[in-house]
Design a protein around this ligand. Structure first.
Ligand code: GLC
Length: 502
């Protein structure tokens, strides 16, 4: 950077100070993370730690035909998954539908109508002939937002995240809302399980890998899930579940450090602005600094500040193309980081094409370093959630299944994240990493279908705690419920049908 002028060089140094997270900070964040994970299990604090009523990994013997619905941020995906007789094998057909932006801020009825229409289209195009004779398909519904689940086929939306703000859903159970729209269309589909994408990722990855302990998403949003034992979940104590029974916890750790007396997140003024201008200020503090949805926005706000207030970037040029909130997504940053040319000519062309800006070499250097710093901060800080679960659970070595656009597509993310884990967990140099984060199986498709399959299997076996509607799939004769700590008893099917907590 010999030919970079002094003011740009000192601004780069300033940005480095702002965005760099050193090892000591990573460790401090991780320690506070452990505190908040534990508080969540007690029903307090920032992190919801939602029990998901997924109690174990599939054993590969599950069979049958299932639907999976993934209500993602950009697309809606409907899959039909047939778990075949060969252990661990499956067939999948799937269709994608665009998720219109306006639905994300519309009302509940429009949302569920649109989703039910997509499912109808899917069934029409894949089962036209047998539509009327089709047996009811159990569906795993990947709903990747924080939901309180008293049962697996139930989920009250706690609050929208990732910029969604659909009216009439927060505080409501989303399962009957979707099922009503399915019924109106006479569709042979019923929701067997409401699944978070992290839970789906954990279960799908654990299907093929016995060392799998944590599922996480680094995408539009950020979150993780792991299997806890019920004895370690004080907020479920009143349910008298067997203490050694497993329960998958959807942490919803994007909410880490949102409020409270121990703020540890190294927020910049840009992070504060993102939060203040979001539909839900004061929530999802960790996610808003790191997740894919926000990376482009941090970059945009920094560029606007360096132009408007410091006169460092693009003086005397019109930067209106940078003024629309969220006009840049994470792919803008990854494009800059991936520019193979020393003179950053691809970045220069992109600035001209997309932003109508003539960027000179020093300005390009600054933008490149800024993109790198924002993404590096995200990769490093997001290791804290994983490290905290590992430390809290004593996972000295394990596999972590990860999914999401940032993990799968952002250049160097995996290496940067792994490096941060090494620093936090103090692994000796030169040895193989004991905790490895790698790309997972398709959690919101196969994972959701497997969880639907596990639910139907549990009903057939009479193990029905955490299932609201056992009648949907043929209720068993006897239903096992825990009567007191550590014991298992049975109640009659009628009572279970009434939906008593079990
Ligand atoms: C947000 C959602 C969470 C989801 C994550 C990744 O944090 O609240 O449920 O798992 O995004 O998609």
């Amino acid at each position: 950077m010999a030919d970079v002028p002094q003011d740009i060089l000192s601004e780069i140094a300033n940005l480095e100070r702002l965005f760099t997270v050193d090892t000591a900070k990573l460790k401090e964040v991780t320690e506070q993370f452990i505190v908040e994970l534990k508080e969540g299990l007690e029903g307090k604090g920032n992190i919801p730690m939602n029990p998901s009523w997924v109690m174990n990994f599939p054993d590969g013997e599950e069979t049958g035909r299932f639907l999976a619905l993934d209500m993602g941020g950009t697309n809606l995906r409907v899959c039909e998954i047939t778990l075949v007789d060969e252990k661990g094998e499956f067939d999948i057909i799937q269709s994608k539908y665009r998720m219109p932006e306006e639905l994300k801020k519309g009302n509940a009825e429009e949302l569920w109508d649109y989703i039910a229409d997509c499912i109808e289209q899917f069934i029409d195009s894949h089962h036209e002939e047998e539509k009327d004779s089709l047996e009811v398909l159990p569906m795993g519904f990947t709903f990747s937002y924080p939901a309180t689940q008293t049962y697996i086929d139930h989920g009250v939306l706690q609050r929208w995240t990732k910029g969604w703000a659909v009216d009439g859903v927060e505080g409501e159970d989303v399962v009957p809302q979707l099922e009503a729209a399915l019924r109106e269309r006479n569709l042979p589909v019923t929701v067997a399980a409401l699944v978070n994408d992290t839970t789906g990722t954990l279960i799908a990855s654990g299907y093929t890998d016995p060392a799998m302990r944590i599922g996480c998403i680094f995408g539009t949003g950020l979150n993780g899930a792991y299997l806890e034992t019920c004895g370690n979940i004080p907020k479920l104590a009143h349910m008298n579940l067997p203490p050694d029974m497993h329960m998958c916890i959807n942490c919803e750790y994007g909410a880490f450090n949102s409020k409270g007396n121990h703020p540890v997140l190294p927020k910049t003024t840009y992070d504060v602005m993102i939060d203040e201008q979001s539909p839900r200020p004061g929530q999802q503090a960790y996610e808003k600094m790191l997740a894919g949805l926000y990376l482009g926005e941090v970059f945009r706000l920094t560029v606007v500040d360096l132009h408007d207030n410091k006169n460092i970037l693009f003086p005397n040029q019109n930067i209106d193309a940078f003024r629309t909130p969220f006009c840049l997504d994470a792919s803008f940053l990854s494009f800059i980081e991936e520019d193979p040319f020393e003179n950053l000519s691809e970045t220069q062309d992109m600035f001209l094409d997309k932003m109508k800006i003539h960027a000179n070499k020093p300005e390009l250097e600054l933008c490149r370093r800024l993109a790198e710093l924002i993404a590096l901060r995200a990769a490093r800080l997001s290791a804290c959630g994983i490290a905290a679960i590992c430390k809290m659970k004593g996972f000295d070595s394990c596999h972590v299944g990860a999914d999401g656009s940032v993990f799968n597509k952002y250049p160097h993310f995996k290496q940067r994240n792994a490096q941060a884990l090494r620093e936090i967990l103090d692994w000796p140099k030169g040895k193989k990493d004991p905790v490895v984060v790698s790309s997972s199986e398709d959690g919101s498709g196969v994972g959701a279908a497997l969880i639907a399959a596990l639910t139907v299997k549990r009903i057939k076996e009479g193990v029905t705690y955490g299932i609201r509607d056992v009648s949907k799939f043929g209720a068993p004769e006897k239903i096992a419920v825990p009567e007191e700590k550590g014991a298992t008893g049975s109640i009659d099917t009628e009572k279970a049908k009434e939906g008593k907590p079990q």
